[in-house]
Design a binder for this molecule. Structure first.
Ligand code: CTP
Ligand code: MG
Length: 313
C-alpha cells in the first residue's frame, strides 16, 4: 500500500472503503455479487487488486455479508474485512468506523472492479486540492426522457426530454474528507444510492472529475458479460470498451491529472475553499481547466467517450 504522503506540508492518509455486502439480486447469480467469478478471480479480488495497483490507499476496508467475513479475508488478506448492513449506506457506515484515522476516504463499489488507476488518482488529487466531496462522472450518450411517474392508465408516457449536456453518469470511487463523509452519513435514512447524494443533501459541494468507461458497474448479467470480455482481452483499454479509437480519458482528458482548484486550501478545511468550482448542479463548465475532448463546437462534445454505465448504485 502507499506510504503516507505529504501534501502541502501535511501528512495525509487515504482510506478506501469497498462496499461489497450486497446480494446482487439483479445479477441473479447463486452467490453474492462480489464473490462471482471474473476471469480467474472473484469480482472482490479484482476490485481490491485495482485499488492496490492505483497506489493511493494507506488502508483498504472491505465490507461484506457477515457470514462471508472469513471467506473474504482469505481472498483479500491485504484488506481489513468488516460486516455490512441491510442497505448500502449501512455498509458504508460500517466501513467509515474502520477507517477512523484516514484524512481522505474513498468509497468504491466492489461492483466496479475494472476502474483504472487514473480515476483514483484524479479523485484523490481533487480532494487534496480542497474539494470536500468528489465524484468521477461521464457524459451521457443516450437521449434521456422523463416519464409521468403517475400515469392514469398505467402506460408510460414521456413528459419531457432532459437536457443531456448538463447530466453526468456518476461512478466510484467517490472521495471525501473524512469530516465531509461523516457529516453526509450522520442523518442518512439508509436509502441513498451513493455517498455524494448524501453530501449534496447536507449542503456539501460535490466536485466532478473525469470518470472512465472501464469503471462500468456490474449490475446485470449483460454487464458481467462485458466485464468478462474486458478481462479476457490481453490489453483492454477504455477506447476498446467505448468503441472509440481515442485513448482512455484518464490520459489527460477531461480534468485528468490537473489540480482542479490550485488556489484551494489543503484537506481539512470545513468551508468549501473553491466555491467557483464545478459543483454538481452548477450551470457553468464543470471542468473549467480541462482541455476537454471535442472543444470544437459540436452538438456532442463528448462523443468519443460514450459510457457503458447504465445504472446508479
Ligand atoms: N452494497 C453493500 N451493502 C448493501 C448493499 C450493497 O455493501 N447492503 C454494495 C454492493 O456489494 C455493491 C455496491 O454496494 O458493491 C453497489 O450496490 P449494487 O450494485 O446495487 O449491488 P447489490 O446491492 O449487490 O445488487 P442488487 O441491488 O442488484 O441486489
Ligand atoms: Mg443494490
Amino acid at each position: 500500500m502507499a506510504a503516507r504522503s505529504v501534501w502541502r506540508g501535511l501528512v495525509v492518509s487515504v482510506g478506501v472503503i469497498i462496499p461489497a455486502a450486497g446480494s446482487g439480486t439483479r445479477l441473479g447469480e447463486p452467490v453474492p455479487k462480489a464473490f462471482v467469478e471474473l476471469g480467474a478471480r472473484t469480482i472482490l479480488e479484482v476490485c481490491v487488486a485495482g485499488v492496490l495497483d492505483a497506489g493511493v490507499a494507506d488502508t483498504v476496508v472491505v465490507v461484506v455479508p457477515a457470514e462471508l467475513i472469513d471467506t473474504a479475508q482469505r481472498l483479500v488478506p491485504e484488506a481489513v474485512v468488516v460486516a455490512g448492513g441491510a442497505h448500502r449506506s449501512d455498509s458504508v457506515r460500517a466501513g467509515i468506523a474502520a477507517v477512523r484515522t484516514a484524512d481522505i476516504v474513498l468509497v468504491h463499489d466492489a461492483a466496479r472492479p475494472l476502474t483504472p488507476p487514473g480515476v483514483f488518482e484524479r479523485v484523490v488529487a481533487a480532494v487534496r486540492a480542497g474539494h470536500p466531496a468528489v465524484v468521477p462522472g461521464l457524459p451521457v450518450a443516450d437521449t434521456l426522457k422523463r416519464i409521468d411517474p403517475h400515469p392514469v392508465d398505467g402506460a408510460e408516457r414521456v413528459v419531457a426530454t432532459v437536457e443531456r449536456e448538463v447530466l453526468r453518469a456518476v461512478q466510484t470511487p467517490q472521495g471525501f474528507t473524512r469530516d465531509a463523509l461523516q457529516r453526509a452519513h450522520a442523518d442518512d435514512l439508509g436509502l441513498a444510492t451513493d455517498d455524494a447524494g448524501l453530501a449534496e443533501r447536507c449542503g456539501i459541494p460535490v466536485h466532478v472529475v473525469a470518470g472512465d468507461p472501464l469503471a462500468l458497474k456490474i449490475t446485470t448479467p449483460w454487464d458481467l458479460r462485458i466485464a468478462r470480455d474486458v478481462v479476457a482481452e490481453p490489453n483492454p483499454s477504455a477506447g476498446d470498451v467505448g468503441g472509440s479509437e481515442e485513448p482512455s480519458p484518464s490520459a489527460g482528458a477531461v480534468g485528468g491529472g490537473e489540480d482542479p482548484c490550485p488556489s484551494a486550501g489543503a484537506v481539512g478545511g470545513g468551508e468549501d475553499p473553491c466555491p467557483s468550482a464545478g459543483a454538481v448542479g452548477g450551470g457553468g463548465d464543470p471542468y473549467p481547466s480541462a482541455g476537454r475532448v471535442g472543444d470544437e463546437r459540436s452538438e456532442e462534445p463528448y462523443r468519443d467517450h460514450p459510457t457503458h454505465d447504465r445504472s446508479s448504485t
